[in-house]
Design a protein around this ligand. Structure first.
Ligand SMILES: C[S@@+](CC[C@H](N)C(=O)[O-])C[C@H]1O[C@@H](n2cnc3c(N)ncnc32)[C@H](O)[C@@H]1O
Length: 371
């Protein structure tokens, strides 16, 4: 996908998918956070014009609208700040005008700040003058290319209950693979370790390496839980959304939103940790759980005779794979249905306490009745 030069541009299907993910996440984030904290910030370091060619909302408008629709959450005493940075004046002007037109009067408690300039230079001052530090910040960092500053991500990682959603464009990943964006890469990763990508030959391997390297970067910055999502449109254009949080609930809600994203023709979501893992094919409304069945079987095998509880299997799946907790129940039902594992207790619902043990190898086959 070529980088648009015009003030506004056509929204493509994978951007639409990204917008659905963000909207779904805000639907969970605003109620949880406004009930817990007196104030919050939604930060967009690369805000865009706020609208697309056919009038669809951009991410700043999506965020605002989601809260304005639920303004009762503000309860008369909560404050939510929206801080938008955009480097192109024409785009910032459109953003400002779109916000003013849509919300001539914002509900009490909501403020919007606009900042013209590069995110790299403006983030610290913008968030400081908005009074954002010390309270949760959700940062959507969605540039066209490389260079999201590690210093920004690190500062957010140290800030109370903050989260980031960073966009990696695949074109950028490919360019990285030829090392032509070394400076921007160093800024983004905060070290030069990522340059080892040059030693890899296979483009898929390079892409996977960079995504994993950036997840490690987010962990280093303080976001211990990360989740990457790959969105690909039918033309093969792809980008990654990499989410970082310190809270399991945040991770779960973000995964919920990804998995709920409506089917769009030719679009797919993949967990890049394993090209065959956690695939939600949007052409097929049923998620393919066979990779999870294999992963959990391996996990149970390593656990030995003691087995693992459903709760432990869910923890593992949520924190270390692209799957969600409800998928585990269904995958365990498949494993039990095959007769390769036992459950304790043997009856009742598959609650978190139920223990699953793999049978001895070949036991299931050996124990089948012979005729
Ligand atoms: C992918 S678009 C943002 C789209 C928006 N997040 C949405 O989903 O509607 C990236 C925007 O970042 C702006 N931009 C590019 N480099 C920037 C920089 N260094 N600092 C701030 N904004 C930048 C571009 O002009 C563009 O409008």
């Amino acid at each position: 996908m070529a980088v648009p030069e015009t003030t506004i541009w056509d929204r493509d299907p994978h951007t639409e998918a990204k917008h659905r993910v963000i909207a779904g996440y805000f639907d969970a984030w605003f109620p949880i956070m406004t009930s817990t904290f007196p104030s919050l910030t939604v930060f967009e370091g690369y805000a865009g014009p706020g609208t697309y060619e056919k009038g669809e909302d951009g991410s700043p408008l999506i965020a605002l609208q989601r809260l304005v629709d639920r303004q009762e959450l503000l309860n008369g005493n909560k404050a939510v700040r929206f801080v938008f940075i955009e480097s192109r004046k024409d785009r910032l002007d459109v953003l400002q005008a779109t916000v003013a037109e849509r919300f001539p009067q914002l509900p009490h408690g909501i403020t919007v700040g606009f900042s013209h300039g590069g995110c790299e230079e403006r983030w610290e001052q913008s968030l400081t003058s908005a009074g954002s530090w010390g309270m949760p910040i959700f940062a959507n960092l969605d540039p066209f290319g490389p260079g999201v500053p590690y210093r920004l991500v690190e500062r957010l990682g140290q800030n109370k209950s903050s989260e980031v959603l960073v966009t990696f464009m695949s074109d950028w990943l490919r360019r990285f693979a030829t090392l032509t964006d070394i400076d921007a890469g160093d800024v983004q990763f905060g070290t030069t370790d990522w340059r080892k990508v040059a030693e890899l030959g296979d483009p898929e391997e390079k892409e996977l390496f960079l995504v994993e390297e950036y997840r490690r970067t987010l962990s280093r910055a303080g976001f211990m839980l990360t989740s990457p999502f790959k969105l690909t449109d039918e033309g093969g254009h792809a980008f990654y959304l990499i989410f970082g949080t310190g809270h399991r609930r945040g991770l779960e809600r973000m995964k919920d939103s990804m998995w709920r994203t409506d089917p769009v023709q030719g679009l797919s979501f993949r967990d890049p940790r394993d090209p065959n893992q956690g695939i939600l094919d949007f052409g097929n409304p049923e998620p393919d759980l066979s990779p999870l069945v294999a992963i959990l079987s391996t996990r149970l095998e390593s656990a030995g005779v003691g087995g693992l509880t459903i709760g432990e299997l869910k923890d593992f799946a949520v924190l270390s794979t692209g799957f969600r907790a409800p998928h585990v129940t269904r995958a365990v039902q498949v494993i039990l249905g095959r007769g390769t594992a036992t459950r304790d207790p043997i009856r009742g619902q598959l609650t978190k306490q139920v223990r699953i043990r793999l049978r001895e190898p070949n036991y299931a086959l050996a124990s089948r009745p012979t005729f």
